[in-house]
Design a protein around this ligand. Structure first.
Ligand code: DGL
Length: 268
């Protein structure tokens, strides 16, 4: 039965678990199958074409895992080719950019929105395009913060240098006075505390995770694919490098036991 199948999510590493967390909250009866491409992260500095190829390779793997929906829980991978995945996958595929933009637009009172993300996401212009399409009046200020992903993946969020790095990156956005800041990388919600501290309490931080989970729910509902069972779920986690770091950060974040298996993808 289709509805009993899993929701597939992918990211370069632990970032997509911020979306998993929301799925577990909003859709507690759904099974998750997750792939973190930890052997090839970070995706941010890589050419779009390569990120698209890696993502498609992972989606192909996930399609062998009895799934019903794919969530590209990575902004860099969404920016690199969401329409391409949608055309080439037989299940519905959603990304994280538009859901985050919709949330941001609903919160900005002064129509000045900041966006932070990886080099790949910021240089792709995907956020600008989406914001302009939904509200051409909004002023957009973007900044790539490439070190944030490495800080998160290496468990350095509380290191004292981290705040300095954040201050350096965020200074221009603070000076320009945005009232909403989109965390345009799924790793960044893990650093929300330090980002909030630097931006100050008046700036609303937007993680696309909540909106993305809501969109996933709508799609499943609309297609009669919500899992009817209320049994506790068995989730599966796969990574492309050794699982230790992933498991440590993951368990802390999503508060369930995480057992991750290493998959060696061709080409790695
Ligand atoms: N978490 C990803 C994103 O949302 C990828 C970060 C990276 O690997 O550079 O962009």
């Amino acid at each position: 039965m289709e509805a009993l199948k899993s929701i597939a999510l992918l990211d370069s590493g632990v970032g997509g678990l911020t979306v998993v967390k929301e799925i577990l909250d909003q859709l507690p009866h759904e099974r998750i199958v997750y792939f973190g491409d930890t052997a090839r992260m970070p995706y941010g500095p890589r050419p779009q074409e390569e990120v698209r190829k890696f993502s498609m390779q992972i989606i192909d793997f996930l399609q062998t895992q009895d799934i019903k929906l794919v969530i590209v829980a990575c902004n860099s991978a969404s920016a690199a080719g969401l329409p391409y995945y949608q055309q080439n996958v037989k299940y519905p595929v959603i990304g994280v950019i538009e859901p985050g933009v919709r949330a941001a637009l609903s919160y900005t009172a002064i129509k000045k929105v900041g966006v932070i993300g990886t080099d790949g996401t910021i240089n792709s212009g995907a956020y600008e395009e989406c914001i302009r399409r939904l509200d051409p009046q909004v002023e957009i200020y973007s900044m790539a913060c490439p070190l944030f992903v490495l800080i998160v993946e290496n468990n350095l969020i509380t290191a004292k240098e981290t705040k300095k790095v954040a201050e350096e990156y965020l200074k221009p956005l603070k000076e320009v006075g945005v009232d909403v800041l989109i965390l345009g990388c799924t790793h960044y919600p893990l650093m929300a505390e330090v980002i909030q501290e630097v931006m100050g309490p008046k700036v609303r931080l937007i993680s696309s995770a909540e909106e993305t989970a809501r969109e996933a729910k709508e799609i499943l509902k609309g297609n009669n694919l919500l899992n009817p069972s209320d049994n506790s779920c068995h989730h599966r986690f796969f990574v492309s490098a050794s699982p230790e770091n992933f498991v440590g950060i993951g368990e802390n974040l999503i508060n369930i036991k995480v057992k991750a298996y290493q998959v060696i993808l061709p080409g790695i």
